[in-house]
Design a protein around this ligand. Structure first.
Ligand code: SF4
Length: 317
């Protein structure tokens, strides 16, 4: 892997590395007690996570200790999935009890799992929850965040909700980088196509460029390319986050970086510094202007704060 070149990552596409098992994750079906959680994140009022765990297994995932309630360690992230089998029934019950004024709140699917990871094609929980939101004509914004093209299956429901938007996470235009860090996620190129498909269907979209990968500091032309492709896909607003390299995340990132060159490891070490963030902030500001993109929250968010993290996790279990 070379953070100083366009092609990052030696493995062939589709080949998993980083010592993770390729075996398919066998989901565990559970009965959840509750579903809709209050969110303390700045732009969401409520959050729904139909699954606990995420088989996409991104190396940088901040949610990697969300499985601790099931005794799962951070290092197991990506290797387990708990399916809230009764999620649709819970959504129906909890929405029925929700007072009218609360239904104006923004509802996020999802914060610590991907609502359209592959198992959704079998369980259809996200689809069922959207149907319940449609049934009550939920007047607040329904916000989706995913890396998966499976979301296009639900275009019919998304277009029939009073207010909905779909965010697709895109951290790179390079599929090799995507495969390196976002181990089992749909490739970056596929996600860009998904954004275009959603735009074509008339659904408001945004792109989540997070984490902002360290090599953009030395190769801003790659971020320039990413922004250009997002605009081509119909995106007008981006939500961006600096990489979060807190200790529990580094536990997993270190596994990924272990086999890489010294300069690559150094780049990720530097990414924890204020100087690095300031350098990237300046690059982002210039490129956003060049592409006419809006930045949600008017800043590249930095979650190097335990309170924020606790709030996020508390809002997602
Ligand atoms: S898709 Fe999202 S929730 Fe799933 S592992 Fe990747 S970053 Fe985490």
């Amino acid at each position: 892997m070379d953070v100083g070149s366009v092609v990052i990552g030696q493995p062939a596409l589709g080949q998993l590395k980083n010592g993770r098992k390729e075996a398919l994750v066998e989901p565990v079906e559970i009965q959840a007690k509750t579903l809709i959680q209050k969110s303390k994140t700045p732009s969401n009022d409520y959050v729904i996570n139909p699954y606990t765990g995420c088989v996409l297994g991104c190396a940088y995932c901040f949610a990697s200790f969300a499985g601790r309630q099931f005794g799962r360690s951070v290092k197991e992230w990506g290797d387990y999935l708990y399916v809230k089998k009764n999620a649709v029934e819970l959504a129906r019950e909890e929405l029925a009890k929700m007072p009218e004024h609360k239904r104006r709140g923004t509802m996020l699917l999802s914060s610590v799992t991907d609502p359209y990871q592959g198992h959704e094609t079998k369980y259809r929980l996200t689809r069922g929850i959207l149907r319940e939101l449609k049934r009550v004509e939920y007047p607040g914004l329904v916000r989706i965040l995913t890396k998966s093209p499976v979301v296009t299956r639900d275009i019919d429901l998304l277009t029939s909700l009073p207010r909905a938007e779909v965010g697709i996470t895109v951290t790179t235009t390079d599929d090799k980088v995507s495969r390196w860090l976002e181990v089992r996620a749909p490739l970056a190129s596929r996600r860009l196509r998904t954004l275009a498909e959603l735009t074509e269907a008339g659904i408001p979209t945004y792109a989540f460029v997070g984490p902002l990968l360290p090599h953009f500091a030395t190769q801003p032309e790659l971020l320039d390319d990413l922004f250009g492709r997002l605009v081509d896909a119909g995106v007008s607003e981006v939500f961006m986050e600096h990489i979060n390299l807190k200790r529990y995340i580094r536990e997993r990132m270190d596994q990924v970086l272990a086999g890489e060159r010294e300069d690559v490891r150094e780049a990720y070490l530097q990414a924890r510094t204020k100087e690095h963030r300031a350098q990237l902030d300046a690059i982002v500001a210039e490129l956003l202007g060049r592409h006419g993109l809006r930045l949600r929250f008017e800043e590249v968010v930095h979650h190097d704060d335990n309170d924020v993290l606790r709030q996020r996790l508390a809002s997602s279990t």
